[in-house]
Design a protein around this ligand. Structure first.
Ligand code: F6R
Length: 248
């Protein structure tokens, strides 16, 4: 892994947004699609804000962009304001010219009988397009990437998982209490993420400092799934000062 430490999360976010915008433009030159893996949560919000600004002020088009979100709660109705479907439309998709049919977000309301096949199809759809050109990640306090909680296999694919208690505690404010936080989710696997040609993980603030030390400097272990990124050849951790305080 390669780390870059910025003075602020804003500076880091602008740099990452610029990399994504440049990739989209590069692909346009060769008439190719740009396949992006996207995250929700607080970490990528400023990256999406900046991409919207670049779309509006520098007329960057998203017409060649195909997106795959990492995860969605299960069960979850897409119209629910806590859904990642809602989040992505609110923070990015409603403000750019991406084609609706090019947006892929795990469907939190697929029936339990269809779930297994749904997850395989999600995985196959990414593969059929030639894989993810770029994967944007945040990191949870459990060391999860996507919702790959401790115990996840390094070759795992898209699947239904049980959320860690710590992850549910962290989500409780958004759901007005832990009892309302779903116990499960659909997530791309560690293997899905690792197959991306380029990975950027965002880490902001002191609350992420401890898990980032384990992730970057610790041994590779399923107890901290993000440590699997140590073996990826094109991953950058973009951190602010707070998030980097425990690194040696
Ligand atoms: C969200 C996701 C999660 C978050 C992580 C950090 O799609 O995949 O892994 O990136 O839980 O969340 P924030 O950014 O809210 O601290």
């Amino acid at each position: 892994i390669h780390n870059v430490i910025f003075n602020s999360s804003t500076e880091g976010s602008l740099t990452v947004a610029r990399e994504i915008a440049d990739l989209i433009k590069d692909k346009q030159k060769s008439n190719a699609n740009c396949i992006l893996g996207l995250a929700t949560g607080s970490s990528p919000i400023k990256v999406y804000e900046e991409l919207i600004r670049i779309h509006k002020e520098e007329s960057l088009s998203f017409a060649n962009v195909i997106t795959f979100n990492l995860d969605e709660y299960y069960p979850m109705d897409k119209n629910n304001i806590q859904s990642y479907y809602y989040f992505m439309h609110e923070h990015l998709f409603n403000h750019v010219d991406i084609l609706p049919e090019n947006i892929n977000i795990p469907n939190g309301s697929v029936s339990s009988e269809d779930l297994y096949e749904y997850c395989i199809d999600y995985e196959m759809k990414i593969k059929a397009l030639g894989g993810l050109d770029f994967e944007l990640l945040g990191i949870g306090r459990t060391g999860h990437i996507g919702f790959n909680e401790p115990g996840s296999h390094f070759n795992s694919g898209t699947r239904n998982i049980t959320l860690d208690h710590i992850t549910r505690v962290d989500a409780a404010p958004a759901f007005l209490g832990i009892d309302n936080v779903p116990r499960k989710a659909i997530t791309m696997g560690v293997g899905t993420v690792r197959s991306a040609k380029r990975i950027v993980l965002l880490g902001w603030g002191i609350s992420k400092a401890n898990i980032l030390k384990k992730t970057i400097e610790g041994e590779i272990t399923s107890h901290v799934p993000a440590t699997y990124l140590q073996e990826h050849n094109n991953t950058t951790f973009v951190l602010d000062k707070g998030a980097s305080t425990e690194l040696t």
